[in-house]
Design a protein around this ligand. Structure first.
Ligand code: PLP
Length: 398
């Protein structure tokens, strides 16, 4: 019998991480599985005050429908910040406010992808992007990641054998691996793409959360006419507002605005006004400094614990920022099997499988360090190392 549902949605599985989070709600479980910002750092009072000010100053206007591109002062603010933080020239007219950067991904797929069009993305890659592109029935060309960005030889091979329309990348503190592209790899990739009709989707939700190392050049600055840059307030202010943006070359704006109109007319206007009020009456960089300080401590505690408890043969990334770290266990180990043992020991993580477009069994796993108290990290990693030893000692069939 034919399904009432479209083929488009029938093929897309539920988010595996959401399923996993269900088993980690037990209070005794130390969970490195989430991907959330730390709620202790949400600026609740300041947002409450900004909200009251918007109601007082422009209540009626702020509750009305608005334009699809987004609140102009907010777009001007974002453009100015790119200039001062990244030296990037951005025209506010080339900014579209979105319902989180996740909507940016949906709009990318909507305006660029026909069924079976090739999309190149990183392996492992951001699950939300895999899901967004799957809905539009993309074919994936996954490029292997190394600790300083995409494997360039593999990247070249993919370009030789297929014609991806999009290259989706998270160049800073990638979700899930935590790795960042070196300046050198950014330049090589920009050169390789020079005469190719490929659009680069540069997703940068974590760029502000740098704890160590030096700021790198954006793909947007290296390939301004090819790159669509996505940003968000989810990690620096709050995720529930669902407020993000994209920066696109003028040639793409018209279609993007049409797709945005068709999706939801415009992003919540009151929230745009509220966040703009908050940003213009508070020092966002001081707030970001507080977040950075906390996450850096948690990251450092996690690296120290991994070094202390994990056996030889286990490798992991050393993120310079963001919220995630990636662990590679010895070949042949299944982190899905490890998950079952770990949960019995009351520690959780996300097995690597869902971050691969073919969902294969892997020996890799993702750890989140932004949501676990610094003083619980040592105990959690200890439990995880015990679970790993237990699985390794069964030796066969892992
Ligand atoms: C790489 C990446 N892109 C996009 C998003 C979605 O962010 P937003 O809340 O802005 O939709 C996330 C959220 O975790 C992410 O890790």
């Amino acid at each position: 019998m034919s399904s009432i549902f479209s083929d488009r949605i029938s093929d897309v599985p539920r988010s595996f991480i959401r399923e996993i989070l269900k088993v980690t709600v037990d209070k005794d479980v130390i969970s490195f599985a989430g991907g959330l910002p730390n709620r202790e750092l949400f600026p609740v009072e300041q947002l409450k005050q900004a909200s009251a000010e918007v109601f007082d100053e422009a209540g009626k206007e702020a509750l009305q429908y608005s334009n699809s591109e987004g609140y102009l002062p907010l777009r001007e603010y974002i453009a100015k910040r790119y200039k001062t933080k990244n030296g990037l020239e951005v025209n506010p007219e080339n900014i579209l406010i979105t319902n989180g950067s996740q909507q940016g991904l949906d709009l990318m797929a909507k305006i660029f992808l026909n069924e079976t069009d090739d999309v190149m993305l990183e392996e492992p890659g951001y699950l939300g992007a895999i899901q967004a592109f799957q809905v539009y029935r993309a074919s994936f060309n996954a490029v292997r990641l190394e600790k300083d960005g995409a494997d360039i030889e593999h990247f070249k091979q993919i370009l030789k054998h297929s014609k991806p329309k999009l290259f989706y990348t998270v160049p800073n503190f990638q979700n899930p691996s935590g790795i960042s592209y070196s300046d050198e790899k950014r330049k090589i990739i920009a050169q390789l793409l020079t005469d190719k009709p490929i659009i680069v989707v540069e997703d940068d939700p974590y760029g502000d959360l740098r704890y160590t190392g030096r700021e790198k050049k954006t793909f947007k600055s290296l390939m301004p006419e090819k790159t669509i840059l996505l940003g968000t307030f989810s990690k620096t202010v709050v995720p529930s507002f669902r407020l993000g943006w994209l920066v696109a070359p003028a040639a793409y704006m018209e279609r993007l605005v049409i797709a945005k109109q068709a999706a939801d007319l415009h992003t919540n206007y009151f929230i745009q006004r509220l966040i703009f009020k908050y940003l213009s009456t508070h020092k966002i960089d001081s707030h970001i400094a507080v977040i950075r300080d906390r996450y850096d401590k948690q990251r450092t505690a996690m690296i120290a614990a991994l070094r202390k408890y994990f056996p030889e043969g286990v490798d992991f990334t050393l993120p310079e920022g963001g919220m995630f770290l990636w662990v590679m266990l010895p070949e042949g180990i299944s982190t899905m099997k490890l998950f079952d043992i770990a949960i019995q020991k009351k520690v959780a993580f996300v097995p690597g499988n869902p971050f691969y477009t073919d969902g294969r069994e892997t020996n890799t796993l993702r750890l989140n360090f932004s949501c676990v108290d610094e003083n619980l990290i040592d105990e959690g990693i200890k439990r995880l190392a015990e679970a790993t030893r237990e699985l390794l000692s069964t030796n066969k069939d892992y």
